[in-house]
Design a protein around this ligand. Structure first.
Ligand SMILES: NC(=O)c1ccc[n+]([C@@H]2O[C@H](COP(=O)([O-])OP(=O)(O)OC[C@H]3O[C@@H](n4cnc5c(N)ncnc54)[C@H](O)[C@@H]3O)[C@@H](O)[C@H]2O)c1
Length: 373
């Protein structure tokens, strides 16, 4: 392996974020931008100094100078493309969700074991500064026993359902949309924050009469439960057709502390004044506002995330903020150090299987046991 990981990025819309992050990274090089929309591939490549463009995903597997592929294609294509890439000897980073069927989660876990290649699911919210701050409190034992947590991904996606010529996009036809499309942000983040493995789920969904013109329901709410009387409960809600700006709400409830995000959030970065209550502080009668994170990449605990300075500089003000670049940075480090990525194939499988089970609960009206990985 050379000292630079050579990457082909497939899908040049969301994928453009990963192209920029990898090109700014001292140990990575994007050797191809691949998109069926060849004009888009060419524009993304030119903007980021990438020499080669390709039209189809399969083309990226034929080049010996491609060590890894990034998949930013339709949700339901990730698993089969990841399997093909692993079998072609490439490392893989997939956008969320890694897979939309539980069977594909099992296949991917097996393929990673068989090929010895690395797979990361790019769920960047784990690296959001407000999440790192909360995680530091959890790791320091400030919460006591965590018994309840909440996550909401509220994002009106109406503008993504029709393409430039008025054609219906894959999002309009995607039966997994909503709970598997947006659900990884809150559910994966809560799983990681709490360290809890949820084993069963009961969920409901609905579709208002004047809701979105797409095949999936518009609103989902799922209750996940860990085993035993003291097992933690998580509520995850995903809404795609609502009347409010984007919001990623999270909360943690423990026997010694409570953390609640603010639903009034900065567009793009989702920064806000969050709220904290610590039982150990005497005479505290209100939730304490937690300082805002204007200096990205400093959590209030003083623990910094590890992002090469070049990437941090390039990403400070883009997209969701610098945390958009973190999965790509971790993916590169995992390949070079030959260690599992932070959101490795099993972590991706745990998140996707829980959400797929929630979708099954909506369909059947039953509580569903979540396969464990
Ligand atoms: N993590 C996040 O915050 C975040 C944000 C946006 C999108 N996403 C995810 O990223 C993925 C892509 O989303 P998007 O909004 O960019 O979708 P999009 O439809 O706007 O873009 C996908 C692009 O991939 C290309 N493409 C699809 N299949 C291809 C193939 N086989 N070969 C070559 N090119 C192909 C299409 O031509 C298109 O340009 C989705 O899974 C989505 O859920 C994640």
């Amino acid at each position: 392996m050379p000292d630079k990981v050579r990457v082909a990025v497939v899908g040049a819309r969301r994928g453009a974020t990963h192209v920029a992050a990898l090109q700014a990274h001292p140990n990575a090089e994007v050797v191809a931008v691949c998109d069926r929309d060849t004009a888009l591939a060419a524009a993304t490549a030119a903007r980021n100094g990438v020499a080669r463009t390709l039209a189809e995903f399969e083309d990226a597997l034929n080049f010996a100078d491609v060590d890894a592929v990034v998949l930013a294609t339709a949700d339901y294509d990730h698993a089969k493309q990841a399997l093909a890439a692993l079998d072609a000897g490439k490392h893989v980073m997939t956008e969320i969700p890694m897979a939309t069927e539980i069977e594909d989660c099992h296949k991917l876990v097996t393929a990673v074991r068989r090929t010895g290649k690395h797979l990361e699911m790019a769920q960047q919210v784990r690296w959001a500064p407000y999440v790192l701050a909360a995680k530091a409190l959890v790791d320091d034992g400030e919460f006591g026993d965590l018994f309840y947590c909440e996550g909401e991904y509220f994002h009106n996606v109406e503008c993504y359902l029709l393409g430039p010529k008025g054609e219906r996009t894959w999002r309009a036809e995607n039966p997994y949309a909503g709970i598997l499309g947006g659900g990884p942000h809150p559910y994966d983040t809560l799983r990681w924050l709490t360290g809890v493995e949820f084993t069963e789920v009961h969920a409901y969904s609905n579709k208002p009469e004047h809701g979105l013109n797409r095949v999936a329901d518009d609103f989902f709410v799922a209750l996940f439960k860990a085993p035993g009387r003291s097992g933690c409960v998580a509520k995850v809600a995903v809404s795609s057709g609502l009347a409010r700006p984007y919001c990623l709400y999270l909360s943690l409830y423990g026997t010694d502390a409570t953390w609640e995000r603010n639903r009034q959030q900065e567009p793009g970065s989702q920064e806000s004044n969050d709220y904290l209550f610590l039982r150990k502080i005497p005479n505290l009668r209100q939730m304490m506002p937690v300082p805002t994170f204007r200096t990205r990449y400093h959590s209030f605990s003083g623990r910094d995330a590890e992002l090469p300075p070049e990437v941090a500089r390039a990403f400070g003000t883009q997209g969701h903020g610098a945390h958009d670049a973190m999965p790509a940075a971790d993916f590169v480090a995992a390949i070079l150090e030959d260690r599992p990525p932070i959101i490795d194939v099993k972590e991706g499988a745990r998140t996707c299987a829980g959400l797929r089970a929630a979708l099954e609960s909506c369909r059947t009206g039953q509580t569903i046991q979540i396969p464990q990985f």
